[in-house]
Structures are given as structure tokens and as C-alpha cells.
Design a protein around this ligand. Sequence first.
Ligand code: 5AD
Ligand code: SF4
Length: 471
Amino acid sequence: MNLPDLKKAKIRSDEEVKTIEATNLKSNKFAGKKYFLKTYGCQMNVHDSEEIKGILKNLGFSETLDYEEADIIVLNTCAIRENAHDKVFGFLGRVKHLKKEKPDLLVAVGGCMPQQNSVANLLKEKYPFVNIVFGTHNINDLGKMIVDAKSKQDIEVYSIEGNIYENIEYDRDSKYCAWVNIMYGCDKFCTYCIVPFTRGKQRSRKMEDILEEVQKLKDEGYLEVTLLGQNVNAYGKDLDTSYDFATLLENVANIGIERIRFVTSHPWDFTDKMIEVIAKYPNIMPYIHLPLQSGSSKILKLMGRRYTKEEYLELYRKIKDSIPGVSITTDIIVGFPNETDEDFEETLDVVNKCKFDGAFTFIYSPREGTPAALIKDSISMEVKEKRLQILNNLVNDYSLEHNKEYVGKLVKVLVTENSLKGTDKVCGYTDTMKLVNIDGAKEDIGKIINVKITEAKSFSLDGEKVIFTNI
Ligand code: 5AD
Ligand code: SF4
């Protein structure tokens, strides 16, 4: 049994990798059994879950959306904010009851939370009914751990990243849009953020491996890829090569896949060359998620973000001026320790100047082990909640304002699924990442269609399909 130990990495020989793959691929030991998988957190976790699903599928499991019906429950966890942590332990409480009725039920907890020693210890001491605990660096151990699962708990978490695996067998959620990891981990160490600790230092995949994956996805009929990393525009900086994210983006664009997206961009690493490449290629979508975090230069410095309010605004302007019709969304944290009313006003000022298309907003949540968690905070939760509310109202007003600009316009939508808004509706995203609910047509799923926007809401658009006929 291995608890996280701060020096431990998993470096495997090619032979070992093959053995693990063989265990994952060939054992159909669980044919007829069902898995329930719950994913918390960011897109990186969503994509990791596609790897977990691939492993479970190869073992013979099929998916159930009802956890009470499952033979194995897997939780892929997030450590970014306290509420994600609370949700996982809340759900584990329910699983504990279920396990009393179904003693053979297997329970696995993986992802970012067990990368924290305190969580791995808590699972060991207080949650012995959890059979398997794995981390972000050894997802590919999961198949083997399930095959070997015994009545006692098996904890296998590595605190240092090991080798990068290629040829992962994902069971992807969509047949049209695919996530493609271009890098793992993050070197930025923003003072509030747990990610560099849970996901390790930045490791970029080799460009040729990424291009090969994108080519394969195109050949399989995928219409969209989203290049994924905690900080995509730092891509390649850890490699002994001259290429950078702009070069990668250009090479991916030249493969000719219909739509290319990328998340997340750190303003500090955003180069003019990137802006040029995005503007030049019509298949690189004019949509950028550009986390601001705070509008106060004082708070940004305390956050270790490496840019000032003015520098962010300058970059924002440059992007807006250079990429026609670009939409920009952001992340904002309120209530960082000792954020004053004046600091918060600076954040509102940036929001008023940038009029973001959308924003994910959060109340700061101290993460054990991060530098910011050591700062004594004098601002009450009541004040923080009030600020969040004011910010949300402003952000939503601008979202609606942007969405209203679309009414009457013709847009291209990649239709991906049935809409939750009604049985006769489908939905998908514009190139600028606006969600559109469309009347009609199941046969349009998997196609890029022309849509006329008829109505704007704060978080989505309504539209109708337009068919051009030659007169
Ligand atoms: N508290 C609140 N929000 C956080 N984020 C990251 N760490 C924290 C934290 N400790 C937010 C940031 C980041 C997004 C993914 O989550 O805004 O961009
Ligand atoms: Fe966290 Fe900062 Fe890295 Fe984003 S750039 S993952 S906020 S450390």
C-alpha cells in the first residue's frame, strides 16, 4: 500500500507499459457488469474520465447512470475548490450505505483529491470501504487495480509525474468533438492554485504525437478538436525544441479539421504570433478563454499572475482588434485574502471595459499547501458573497448584451446532441462558443448547419435552421 510520498514517481519501462495495456485490453473479466462514473471539476478531468471509461470498457463493463445499479463506482475528483471536495465526501456517504446492501460493490476514488496527502490519509482512515485509490499520474493503473481488487484497500498514488503515455484508448463522450491533451501539469504556481501540486510540473506532448492524434480523429470523422492544457500557450517551453503553441496551432490547422479550439490560455504566455495564427486560419475558432482572476494589480501580484490590470487590458484590446468577431470569456476570483472594496472595484472596472462574453466566477477558497492559504484574511464571507453577487449580475448583463447582438444573424452551429429544452430541439455551439437550441432535426446531429438566431437568453440562444436553395 503506497500513500503519496513526496518523492515518488512512476517511471515505467516499455515492457511494463505493454503489460498494463494487455491487462486493460484483454481481460474481459467483468463482461455484463456495470460501472457508474462521476466526474468532478474541469475539462482536464472530463477528458481523464474518457480514459477511465476506455479502461472500464476494455474490462467488459458497460455504463449505468444509476449508481445504485452499478458493480463499480468510480469518482474522478477535483481539488480546486472546497465545494468539490465536500461533494465527493457527501456522495461517498451515500455509497457507504449502498455498500452495506451490496458488499461486492467496488468503489474507486481517483484524480486530483487523492494527490493531496491529507485526502489519501482520510480515505485510508475513515473510508475503508473505498477499495481503490489512485491519482492523476497513474490513471492507467486503474485497470490493473480493478482486476487485482481485494477486500482490503489498495492505495496507489504517485506524487511526481512519470512518463507521458501515448496511444491511450479513450472512450470519448462525443463522436464529433474531441479533447486532445497537448500538455499535462502547470508550472505557473499561482499562489491560490492547487493544480501544480495535484497535476505536477508542465510536460508537453511531442508535436508529432499530437498531430498524429488529430489526423486520426479527422479520419474517424471528428469535426472539432479542443487542444487541452492548464496553460496551453506555454506549450513546448519544457521541451528541448524551438516550437511553441503558435506553431502547433498552425500545424493542427493545416490538418484541415473543421474546427479547432483550445483551453486554457494564460495571459502572460499569449504571444503576438498566436494572435496572428488564430486570425489567419478560418478553422481556428474565434473564441478565447482568458482568465483574468482579478482586476486589481495589487491582488494580481499577490496571486502571482505575472501581469497587471493594464497589461491584461492591453492584451485584451490587441486580441479584439486583431481577430474579427472574437468572443472572450474569463475566470474571476472574488474575496482573495484582504481584497478591499477598491480592489473589487478594479475588477468591476475591467469587466466594464472588457464586457466579457461570459465569466466563471468563484469565491476564493484556501487550498492547503498553497502559499495563499497562509495569508491571514480579514474579509468576512458575507462581504465575499455580496461581491460575488454583484459581479455575477454584471457579468450576466454583458452576456445577455452580447447574445442580443446575435438576434437576426446567421451563424454556423455544430449540432452535437438533443437539446434539454424540448424533445423537438437539438443543440450545439457557434464558432464563438455560444450554445444554440434549434428547432428540428435529429438528422442534423453531427453536422455544421446554418442557423438564424431568433432569441437571446443570458446563457444560450434560440435559432432555426436555414436551408439555402439556388433560385
Ligand atoms: N479558489 C477559488 N477559485 C479558484 N480557482 C483556482 N483555484 C481557486 C481557489 N483556490 C479558479 C480560477 C481558475 C479556475 C479553474 O478555478 O479562477 O482559473
Ligand atoms: Fe492554476 Fe495558475 Fe496553473 Fe491556472 S495557470 S492551473 S490558475 S497555477
